[in-house]
Ligand binder design. Structure first.
Ligand code: KG4
Length: 342
């Protein structure tokens, strides 16, 4: 009988400390400690994030192993996010993972965070879970820091065919939410308000840039200027119209994202289309995926909420694929803050 492959995954690239255990590709545990400390600042404060990772990493890893019923001596390898992300945050997970792997004498596997988001679609929760995308597929990767269209030919063969030339979609939502005084992170708040508003109430500027690239900074500026004009006429404009503003903003962003994705799918004749990253939690975007599936006969893949935001399960599954390829990392490879995709 073949030996089980058991991978511990560790994610600490931003403000979530997460650890997960995967056995033979099937998820056994996925534990995440989020950091509420940033809410008061309206954004992630890097120094506070790395301090919180230091406090969380040991209990989170311990919890993930216990929940999985796995002893550390059973582990085949440790996979960790090496980048991109906040350097202070990454250093905590990278150093911990390297130290633990070295002390156990098992391989260490470095994972690109963005590749992890894409491969989240391959996390199995049961042996008989067969809802994985077929290669090649397109993946719209939308988060607080990225908006990309990725052509995925295989687990280890991905190409970014389009990306934002300025702000990311999540960043635009968060900034517009901030100027409306709604709080941080804005995505879930805008989503909730949008459900009660009219998406056709206001029209905001849409970019006109070539190929499959995105741009969201013009939208952000037009939202800001128009809001300023409206507030001059009615000081309570936001309070009176926040649902319509949220719904119209969300519709504009979803339309921009879907238009380029549709163009790429048409040009490349690909009908398997996935979405990944924190913004894929958005209800309007999820609904748009279902509509396109019906209208254009796409087969769409939308991850579970817990696998859309930063999590270690996606790092562990990527580690599992790299383990089967014997694609290991060495001690001297450092964390990296930038680089969009391997
Ligand atoms: O992938 P992610 O968890 O991590 C970073 O990129 O940091 O994405 C976070 C982004 C934030 O901009 C957040 O506002 C957005 O995802 N987000 C949402 C929703 N939930 C999270 N955006 C729209 N609707 C949501 N329901």
């Amino acid at each position: 009988m073949e030996k089980d492959v058991i991978i511990l995954g560790i994610e600490s690239s931003c403000d979530d400390t997460s650890a997960a255990v995967i056995r033979n590709g099937v998820l056994l545990s996925n534990v995440t400690a989020s950091q509420a400390v940033h809410e008061a600042y309206g954004g992630v404060v890097p120094e506070l994030a790395s301090r919180a990772h230091q406090q969380n990493i040991v209990p989170v890893v311990d919890h993930a192993l216990k929940q999985a019923g796995v002893d550390r001596s059973d582990l085949s390898a440790i996979a960790f996010t090496r980048g991109p992300g906040l350097m202070g945050s990454l250093l905590v997970g990278v150093s911990f993972a390297k130290g633990m792997a070295a002390s156990l004498g098992i391989p260490m596997i470095d994972v690109n965070h963005l590749q992890g988001h894409v491969l989240a679609h391959f996390i199995k929760e049961r042996d008989d879970d067969h809802h994985q995308p077929q290669f090649p597929f397109l993946c719209l990767l939308v988060s607080g820091g990225n908006s990309q269209i990725v052509l995925v030919r295989a687990y280890n063969n991905m190409e970014i065919i389009g990306q934002t030339i300025d702000d990311a979609a999540g960043e635009a939502i968060d900034k517009c939410s901030k100027v409306m005084g709604l709080g941080y992170p804005g995505g879930p708040i805008i989503d909730r308000l949008a459900r009660q508003g009219n998406p056709l109430a206001y029209e905001f500027s849409k970019p006109n840039i070539p190929d499959y690239d995105y741009s969201f900074s013009g939208l952000k500026t037009s939202f800001l200027y128009r809001l300023r004009d409206w507030l001059r006429e009615d000081a309570d404009f936001i309070e009176h119209h926040k649902e319509d503003l949220a719904a119209s903003l969300e519709k504009t962003i979803v339309d921009i994202l879907m238009k380029k994705l549709w163009k790429a799918a048409r040009d490349l004749k690909i009908r398997h289309v996935a979405v990944a990253g924190g913004v894929s939690a958005n209800t309007g975007l999820r609904n748009a995926f279902h509509e396109y599936a019906e209208r254009y006969h796409w087969k769409v893949y939308i991850p579970k909420f817990s696998f859309t935001t930063d999590n270690a399960a996606m790092i562990a599954i990527t580690g599992y694929f790299k383990y089967t390829d014997k694609d290991f990392c060495t001690m001297e490879k450092p964390a990296y803050s930038r680089v969009t995709m391997v």
